[in-house]
Write a protein that binds this ligand. Structure first.
Ligand SMILES: [Zn+2]
Length: 316
């Protein structure tokens, strides 16, 4: 008798109508529906986010060339990713190989955290990068997976072969990201992103043209903090290869100050003109630090309105 009563209770409990009519379950359903709707709204906002991918040859290149702009984008709520095409396993005078690659991966993760960006490192050897089909496919996948609206990479003329070939590889990916038959396991982009180049100092075959210049004065310390995360480079390898290792302060606070000093460069006249174009003369006069970008001929060609939409910080 006892057991049949329990059975009855149990069956009543799992009776569909009874279960859903209980006030507690009604409230629970409303709560779940609410959570579900909030998630949908968040998802929709996420889908509307402008998505930026910066691609450099080594784990510290994007930080150096676009770290300030990346920090501003991240603060604005954009989704920002850095990709290092090599693992950096040649950039040190005392260690190399897997040991160095691991150290540099950890430094890149810390730098990414400090800037608010995702930092990917591809497992290609440093100093040996070639513009092969294999690496081109890796880059096509990265740009597609990130569903990028903006892609920033080096120009294909540079003293360092890894920088040069990263430029070539990204250029070679610019059209292919929209071709479904290439790397079909990663869906092709429906729209071609805007491709831009990082600023460089090289004059041949043609000098860098600053189409867009960004005021990074307010986030300059953040950029320096990201560079400071690359200890093996900023305080060990680059000073060693550049013959200025004796200039690095031992004290951690002092060496960040020293690092900031090395990155405080005078704004070149052509970048100054670009800043005046985008920010107005008065605002441009107060800008202490800037990063500039050239629009690549491949990929989507943005008009003024599009540039202002993608780079709203320049809208006067
Ligand atoms: Zn580099």
């Amino acid at each position: 008798m006892q057991s049949s009563l329990s059975l009855l209770k149990l069956s009543t409990l799992f009776n569909y109508k009874y279960f859903f009519m209980k006030p507690i379950f009604k409230n629970l359903i409303w709560l779940l529906l609410l959570i579900f709707s909030i998630q949908l709204v968040i998802q929709a906002q996420d889908d509307n986010k402008v998505r930026v991918i910066m691609i450099g040859a080594h784990p510290d290149d994007c930080d150096d060339d676009g770290g300030g702009t990346a920090a501003i984008f991240a603060q604005m709520g954009y989704a920002v990713k850095f990709v290092s095409v090599t693992n950096g396993d040649a950039g040190h005078q005392l260690i190399g190989g897997v040991e160095l690659a691991k150290r540099r991966f950890a430094e890149a993760q810390e730098a990414g955290k400090r800037l608010g960006v995702v930092y990917d490192v591809l497992d290609n050897h440093d100093g040996q990068l070639m513009p092969t089909l294999e690496v081109r496919l890796q880059i096509i996948k990265k740009i597609r997976e990130w569903n990028a609206d903006i892609v920033i990479a080096p120009r294909p003329n540079d003293y360092h072969p890894d920088h040069r070939y990263t430029g070539v590889l990204v250029q070679d990916a610019a059209y292919m990201v929209a071709v479904p038959n290439i790397a079909p396991e990663t869906p092709a982009l429906k729209k071609n992103p805007v491709f831009l180049y990082f600023q460089d100092r090289f004059q041949r075959p043609n000098p860098f043209r600053p189409d867009i210049a960004i005021d990074i004065t307010a986030v300059f310390d953040k950029k320096i903090s990201a560079l400071d995360a690359h200890e093996s480079q900023m305080y060990e390898w680059l000073p060693w290869i550049g013959h200025y290792a004796d200039k690095i302060p031992k004290d951690k606070t002092e060496r960040i100050k020293w690092l900031a000093g090395t990155r405080k460069q005078e704004i070149k006249p052509e970048v100054k003109s670009a800043l005046e174009k985008w920010y107005g003369k008065e605002k441009a006069a107060a800008i202490k630090n800037a990063e500039a970008f050239e629009i690549c001929e491949y990929g989507a060609q943005p008009d003024q309105a599009m540039i202002k939409k993608l780079f709203p910080m320049v809208a006067k």
